[in-house]
Design a protein around this ligand. Structure first.
Ligand code: IMP
Ligand code: MG
Length: 339
């Protein structure tokens, strides 16, 4: 047992990040029997909101296994900023969590102050990045001149022995359309946000059991992307979604550009990611606004009710996505129908 991986479950975002992955991963970590919870990509550009026993916690880098006493791994394709990491460790420790369970791959890369400076000066305004030094750090990694965590003394007691066994949960950061290979380049992040990237943790793809894909019932985008023009912020109906949905960035506080669900894009994301269970959230938000629309085959289609809209989405997904097994719609209440 101690030397064999039983199975790997993965949770990934199917949109542009901010799909409530934290809520899903938190539910899974609590209710299933995982031996490890792992992050496979990105750095503190991500923002995960987790509720435990009615208390709200926010993390940017450390996987949510930490909230459930499960060893939490930051993988080799992640990038780590020293200051932000130790700040998060302190925050978790102060809140009573066992931070000895946090482990970092020796091969993860260090985000330096120079990386952050370069991001702020060159990319923040042109691409609307989170200014956390992500692109400059990956640039150095791929130029093979980056600094690996194993060479930074402060991280010594956090180094992972690179072993995995038992049941593994991998939590995604960002989302499908921010992936460096699939998104609207250069308006993407610099990592592999799809489940294929999770294999960088050191397991073969055959061991993947379930892929939970997180989506919202409408689209949001934080950061610059010509696919989400600023004029979206002038649309009264869409602004109601922003307000009802609380669509402001966890990491940056910026108002997210919001649009009706693009079903064409969602279908592609489900197919390419290999999603077996899709969780479509914020159904309560669209119900409050009481307007039901989505884009399909590039046309904006209106519906009379949430039931009509859900049926339409489900039928299109079933018709197009042959490895999808389950479709779950969720709202503010706990997701309690996943297992
Ligand atoms: P970077 O990852 O900071 O380089 O930012 C690149 C793009 O990805 C920007 O448009 C960001 O707004 C977006 N982005 C990065 N991380 C997240 C996230 O966790 N949620 C939503 N958008 C993100
Ligand atoms: Mg997030």
């Amino acid at each position: 047992m101690e030397n064999k991986i039983n199975y790997v479950d993965i949770c990934c975002g199917l949109n542009w990040g901010d799909e409530a992955k934290g809520k899903i991963v938190s539910y899974l970590a609590k209710s299933e029997n995982y031996d490890f919870v792992c992050r496979w990509a990105g750095g503190n550009n991500a923002g995960h909101t987790i509720y435990k026993d009615g208390v709200k916690y926010k993390t940017h880098l450390i996987p949510s296994g930490i909230f459930y006493d499960i060893p939490s791994i930051i993988g080799p394709d992640c990038v780590v900023n020293k200051e932000s990491f130790f700040k998060e460790v302190k925050y978790l420790k102060d809140n009573g969590f066992n931070t000895d369970l946090i482990l970092i791959s020796p091969n993860a890369h260090l985000v330096t102050d120079e990386h952050i400076k370069e991001d702020r000066e060159k990319l923040l305004n042109s691409q609307g990045t989170t200014a956390k030094g992500i692109a400059p750090c990956y640039k150095d990694k791929y130029a093979r001149k980056g600094i690996q965590i194993k060479n930074v003394p402060e991280f010594e007691s956090y180094l992972w022995n690179e072993k995995l066994f038992g049941n593994i949960l991998c939590e995604g950061a960002q989302g499908f359309w921010l992936d460096i290979n699939h998104g609207n380049y250069p308006y993407v992040t610099s990592s592999n946000t799809l489940p294929y990237g999770a294999c960088s943790l050191g397991f073969p793809p055959q061991l993947i059991r379930k892929i939970y894909g997180a989506s919202k019932i409408y689209d949001t985008r934080s950061g610059i992307d010509p696919f989400f023009p600023e004029t979206l912020l002038d649309d009264k109906d869409l602004l109601r979604l922003v307000k009802e949905g609380g669509e402001f960035g966890t990491t940056t506080g910026r108002m997210r550009k919001t649009n009706w669900l693009n079903l064409d894009k969602l279908i592609s994301a489900v197919k390419i990611s290999g999603t077996t269970i899709i969780i479509i959230s914020k159904v309560d938000v669209i119900e409050k606004v009481n307007l039901y629309k989505l884009y399909h085959n590039s046309n904006l289609l209106p519906f009379n009710s949430i039931i009509e809209m859900k049926n339409y989405i489900s039928n299109a997904l079933i018709e197009n996505c042959n490895i999808l097994e389950r479709i779950i719609y969720s709202d503010e209440t706990e997701i309690n129908c996943l297992s």
